[in-house]
Design a protein around this ligand. Structure first.
Ligand code: N01
Length: 864
């Protein structure tokens, strides 16, 4: 909700310029062009002597882009699309630099850029609401808005090798290559580092050097670029429809048009997989490779298939098997460190004058006056090339002394990892924008698409502020924390955190280990940024003379994998269950159940029947693989007392069996509307009595019996505990209630807040209750156990609730009531989850931690 108030005492002084931009690479140049066209006075500062950013500095041999040039170029100027023709699929650094110089000339941008000037400090002046900047030339400038367009890979990593200064020969860093080039002819050359810069430069250095020794700490996956003239087919696909092509890029996963694979790698046959991998290998495009199946970056076993394919290519290319093995990455999933794109990289190791040193077997001890010493050998060199990477994503931003509100510095704020809202703005640092900052897709995408989106978002924002007489924008702490959580949640469901990559800050000693970019996709991210605007700048405070507008809130509080499941359900366009007949609803539930992943393997599954209150009840028993006997959990499935059967929560029961190392007996019960209240709890109680009596025959430990259930099944489990207590047995050692129905009151806040949009709706709960129980019966504690007068002496409980569930508050209230009655109870609230999340084993990966805790809870019930 937006709140407005006057702010008579805030001041807005007059700046030297409206906007200062730091950096004159792809981002800075477009910012200048755009801001100028919108009538903002703008000045850019650039530490280099000319435009180009990363393409100004990284002039090492072989430097090229790794996204096709027809994609890695501006879209904002439609004339550029036809007047500039790329000579190769992947343009070289000189050609990309010429392109940027051409853009700077065409739009006359250099006149507003102060070159060879570095911004050293930026301080927010509270009294005037201006940024005051100081340059390394000793000059000062003030501005209203301050934009860091400093690039993600622009601050070289400080060399962490002993003795760097001792070396008497020549040293070069790929990231700061001499403009006049280097001739290595006749030289003994060392290259340290085998990331993209090393992989691109090593084959060309090898062409000149008399001897080349490559020092490799971690091998990287690389695929061939197949460079050459721009593919006429690709060009034809763009020719005459540039706007459409670029729009497709904007709404793609990684900023390049293309169809990602529709299935998981393990869903394909071996031959099909081989054909797909052969095709992507022959194509030579990074994004098409990592999206060739839809789960390569989230499923370790799927990733292994492509990793092994590439390792096979390395082994078949490199003649010496030991060298080939040294070049094979084994300790991180493919794509979780930036995949490299090469020309003759692996082939280079077949040359007689090229040698690979495996630093994992023999570490560098020091650089000497004449070469490099390792644990086991001394090497002599004429030149050493450092291809050792960057302090990525945060290095260039933190290099400026930035001080925000109340004297707080950005370096301190980011000491444990960067915090931003949308990767664009920072709480406590008003009117500061970052282009492709941490928390945005940036390096996970075609940078051009991400840069243009950020520039346009920032410029549109400034236009909006001006139009509304506002002069200040700052994200709220809550919005920023929510975004940080969302970025982490997304990373957490992928394989990325498993790699020691610069994405994780792991390449710089002492840097906090957090996943820096946003992995949700540029399409998803663009939609989020647009939504923030359409919801009146959700998560921001806006201020102008005499007014303040605060619109606090979190843009994506639901777990990302839950959102994907909800979107998949929505895309089916199905009618709501509550509008179906009971028969159709049951058929629908069965169809959905057949589609889901099966869950983990268990030792044994037995289907049988047991006597219920009035007739036989089917059950499914899941036995752990470990030797028995085992404790037993009597489990009641969900489905609103109307839907489901003993196998309807199959993946969850399997998971529970594995996690708890207990036998799970999923018992059916009579369903409504054929058998209304109290048929279900009567059957549940009869089943538990029978299980207790037959524990030994079932492979169980007599006396070790717990109950569990989900949703309406948790209602039955809770009620069975009351019935067993009141009947004097059987003894129940614990109860686990997952998102339970425990009351018939629809007025609780969670019912109102989550009425619609999270799969279980308030309408559907009405439908279930209407089928199950008359209004008068619903008050009965056997239907609404929260209404029981006495909750004392019930078994220890774990009550699990989900944030976006209409049943959340009654579950939480039940846990509180049990605790008040002296029952040993633990409440496990699951952030960002919905009613069905925890059942969706292998679909909602973010629910795995909660499912693991359930297993622990059972072990504790039984140990106690
Ligand atoms: O840097 P990197 P990069 N002793 O960090 C090693 C983009 N880019 O400049 O992995 C020994 O990837 C380090 O080893 P380890 C692209 O996004 C794009 O190559 O830390 N070795 C690693 O092998 C890329 O991902 C293009 O064990 C040391 C290497 O140095 C990003 O820039 C071209 C070491 C550094 O690899 C960075 O690439 C170039 C030490 N003390 C770059 N310290 C295009 O194609 C580090 N290493 C567009």
């Amino acid at each position: 909700m937006t709140t407005e108030k006057g702010n008579g005492d805030s001041q807005f002084g007059h700046p030297d310029v409206d906007v200062v931009v730091v950096g004159a690479g792809f981002s800075g140049l477009y910012l200048l062009q755009r801001l100028r066209s919108q009538g903002f006075s703008t000045k850019a500062f650039e530490s280099a002597a000319d435009v180009g950013g990363t393409w100004y500095w990284n002039r090492y041999p072989g430097a090229r882009c790794d996204i096709l040039s027809i994609d890695y170029s501006y879209s904002f100027d439609s004339e550029l699309e036809t007047e500039w023709q790329w000579s190769e699929r992947y343009a070289t650094q000189p050609e990309i630099l010429r392109y940027l110089q051409h853009v700077a000339e065409k739009h006359d941008l250099r006149r507003d850029i102060e070159f060879s000037t570095r911004i050293e400090s930026a301080t927010w002046d509270e009294k005037t609401s201006l940024w005051r900047l100081r340059t390394d030339q000793g000059n000062e400038t003030s501005c209203r808005y301050y934009v860091m367009a400093t690039g993600c890979l622009s601050a070289p990593k400080t060399l962490d090798v002993n003795g760097v200064d001792r070396f008497g020969g020549a040293t070069y860093a790929t990231s700061r290559w001499p403009h006049e080039g280097v001739d290595f002819s006749g030289m003994r050359v060392a290259v340290i580092g085998t990331g993209s810069s090393g992989v691109q430069s090593i084959p060309l250095i090898a062409e000149q050097a008399a001897e080349l020794t490559v020092f490799q700490r971690t091998p990287n996956f690389s695929i061939p670029a197949h460079n050459g003239p721009v593919d006429p087919k690709k060009l034809a696909g763009k020719e005459g429809r540039h706007a459409e092509y670029r729009e497709a890029a904007r709404w793609s996963f990684a900023g390049v048009p293309g169809e990602p694979g529709e299935k998981g790698a393990l869903q394909a046959s071996g031959e099909e997989r081989q054909a797909v991998y052969d095709r992507v290998w022959d194509t030579g495009e990074l994004i098409a490779t990592v999206t060739s199946f839809n789960d390569l970056l989230v499923n370790a076993a799927s990733n292994q298939t492509i990793a092994e394919f590439v390792r096979g290519k390395i082994r078949s290319t490199v003649n010496d098997p030991e060298v080939a093995e040294t070049l094979c990455p084994v300790d991180f999933p493919l794509g979780t460190k930036r995949l490299c794109l090469d020309t003759n990289y692996y082939e280079t190791y077949n040359l007689p004058h090229v040698r690979l040193v495996d630093l994992r077997k023999t570490a560098i001890t020091t650089i000497t006056e004449t070469g490099i010493d390792t644990d086991s050998e001394s090497f002599e060199f004429d030149a050493i090339v450092f291809a050792t990477g960057f302090d990525a994503m945060t290095g260039a931003i933190a290099a400026v002394d930035i001080t925000g509100r109340e004297g707080a510095t950005l370096r301190d704020k980011w000491a444990d990892g960067p915090k931003t809202y949308l990767g664009l703005t920072i709480a406590g640092f008003p009117n500061l924008f970052i282009v492709t900052g941490p928390g945005s897709p940036s390096v996970m995408s075609n940078m051009m698409v991400s840069i243009e989106q950020h520039v346009e978002w920032i410029c549109d924002c400034l236009e909006y502020l001006r139009r509304d007489g506002l002069e200040l924008i700052e994200p709220t702490k809550a919005a920023e924390a929510g975004w940080e959580q969302h970025v982490n949640d997304y990373a957490g469901i992928t394989l990325f955190p498993q790699a020691n990559s610069w994405y994780m800050g792991a390449n710089v000693p002492g840097k906090p280990r957090v996943f820096l970019p946003y992995i949700g996709g540029v399409d998803v991210y663009r939609a989020i940024c647009d939504e923030v605007v359409s919801r009146d700048y959700l998560g921001f405070t806006l201020e102008g003379p005499g007014k303040t507008r605060l619109n606090d809130g979190i843009i994506r509080p639901v777990q990302p994998d839950v959102t994907l499941v909800l979107q998949a359900i929505e895309s089916l366009g199905l009618p709501p269950i509550e509008e179906m007949s009971v028969e159709d609803a049951r058929a629908f539930a069965a169809t959905m159940a057949a589609e889901r992943p099966p869950g983990p393997e268990v030792g044994d599954i037995v289907d049988d029947v047991l006597p219920g209150a009035v007739g036989d009840l089917a059950y499914r028993l899941y036995r752990p693989a470990s030797p028995g006997p085992h404790p037993i959990v009597a489990y009641f499935h969900g489905g609103g007392w109307v839907l489901g059967g003993p196998d309807s929560d199959d993946p969850f029961c399997r998971d529970l069996c594995v996690q708890s190392n207990a036998i799970i007996i999923s018992v059916d019960y009579r369903h409504a509307p054929e058998a209304r209240f109290p048929a279900a709890p009567d059957d549940g109680f009869a089943a538990v009595q029978w299980i207790a009596e037959n524990a030994r025959n079932l492979g169980g430990v007599p006396g070790q019996l717990a109950v569990a259930g989900w949703s309406a099944g948790a209602n039955i489990a809770a009620v069975v505990c009351h019935m067993a207590r009141d009947a004097g047995g059987p003894e129940i050692t614990g109860q686990m209630l997952v998102t339970p129905v425990v009351d018939c009151d629809f007025s609780r806040h969670s019912y109102v807040e989550n009425a619609d949009g999270y799969s279980l709706t308030t309408e559907l709960m009405h439908w279930f209750w209407d089928h199950y129980a008359d209004p008068a019966d619903r008050q009965d504690p056997k239907a609404s156990p929260l209404r029981a007068h006495d909750l004392a002496n019930l078994p220890p409980a774990l009550v699990v609730t989900c944030e976006f569930d209409p049943l959340r508050d009654e579950g939480a209230t039940y846990a509180e009531a049990l605790a008040k009655a002296g029952v040993q109870v633990r409440h496990l609230p699951c952030r960002g989850q919905i009613h069905m999340s925890l059942m969706a084993v292998d679909m909602v990966v973010s629910g795995a931690a909660a499912r693991a805790e359930m297993g622990v809870a059972f072990r504790q019930f039984f140990d106690a």
